[in-house]
Design a protein around this ligand. Structure first.
Ligand code: PBG
Length: 325
């Protein structure tokens, strides 16, 4: 193909041609919307670094879930902030913990909403790390038991899928086994397989009150410089029984999403994280970019890279735009 015989601009002439040859289109059915539950009633606290995102009490999370159903958003990813944090992360697996209570209420009032729960301990530990601390570092194998117990408690509360995000070795297999033994062999696992030690989680840690009180997460989350290692992580998770593999963050890691899509025969999820959201919101507020256009362009790019599922704080806004057509 050569100019002047081939002129790519012929098919960009107008909107009809452009739509006709469009390769990627966004669908609301691919979105998962993250929500943050806090104890109390009628509580709705804005997260300063994430305009439009709130910490909400279970009653209001239920309301929000109902609104999302009206927008055709199929699924939410639930995070919880407990009454109190401790060394043992006991709020994470409590039968009446914040996530467990909230899941029960959502499934009661909004049974068609798919409820995915984040399985991690950083919101529940007093030190803010994703696991049990021993000798100054996060201990892998003792953490596994706590994660399994947490996942099982979410399943018992009615969660439709669990999403382990602690980046402990063996977490998917341990959780799979616990679920199977507990009678939840049909409950799928969406594994945060390639989760990087990223600076783009900053705003989330404000929303989830989960900033590590010492050190960082580099002894369990991945080095942003690595790509082959992501494949090894995903291979492990697939072997341990993951139903969906996830890459997180999304935009700085589109190459990893593409490799995941090409190298594995499983649905791929991408987490368009809090920092990615906050940057667009902030620049738009300054009038430096068109926020809506940047949002749609980002989501399209994530899908084009190979994501089947996009977890995003933009889900509701993007759904409204998609509805308008
Ligand atoms: C938790 C968890 C994190 C995010 C999702 N699950 C934070 C972290 O690892 O510190 C980040 C999500 C976001 O930034 O939007 N364990």
């Amino acid at each position: 193909m050569q100019f002047p015989e081939y002129r790519p601009r012929r098919l960009r002439k107008n909107e009809v041609f452009r739509k006709l040859i469009q390769e990627t289109s966004l669908s609301v059915h691919d979105f998962i919307y993250p929500l943050f539950a806090v104890p109390g009633k009628d509580v709705k606290k804005p997260v300063a670094s994430m305009p439009g995102v709130f910490q909400q009490s279970p009653d209001l999370v239920v309301k929000e879930a109902q609104n999302l159903t009206a927008l055709d958003i199929p699924a939410i990813l639930l995070f919880g902030i407990p009454e109190k944090k401790d060394e043992a992360a006991s709020g994470a697996f409590a039968k009446d913990g914040i996530v467990q209570r909230t899941v029960r209420r959502i499934k009661e009032k909004c049974p068609d909403m798919l409820v995915v729960t984040d399985v991690c301990l950083c919101e529940y530990t007093s030190h803010g790390h994703c696991g049990m601390i021993e000798k100054g570092d996060v201990d892998n194998d003792t953490t596994l038991e706590v994660l399994a117990e947490t996942a099982l408690s979410h399943a018992r509360a009615g969660a439709d899928m669990v999403a382990p995000s602690a980046m402990m070795d063996g977490q998917v297999g341990t959780i799979r086994e616990a679920l199977d033994e507990g009678g939840f062999e049909t409950l799928p696992i969406m594994a945060y397989s390639a989760k990087y030690a990223s600076s783009f989680y900053g705003p989330f840690r404000e929303a989830a009150e989960s900033k590590p009180q010492f050190g960082n997460r580099k002894s369990y989350q991945m080095d942003p410089a690595n790509s082959d290692e992501a494949i090894r992580e995903m291979t492990l998770d697939v072997g341990e029984g993951a139903d969906i593999i996830m890459v997180k963050p999304a935009l700085p890691y589109l190459d990893i999403i593409r490799r995941a899509k090409e190298e594995f025969d499983l649905p791929v999820a991408a987490y368009n994280v809090s920092g990615e959201f906050a940057m667009i919101k902030a620049a738009a507020q300054m009038g430096w970019i068109d926020g809506e256009a940047a949002m749609m362009e980002s989501l399209t790019a994530i899908k084009r890279a190979g994501a089947d599922i996009i977890i995003t704080y933009f889900a509701a806004e993007a759904a409204k735009l998609l509805q308008k057509g």
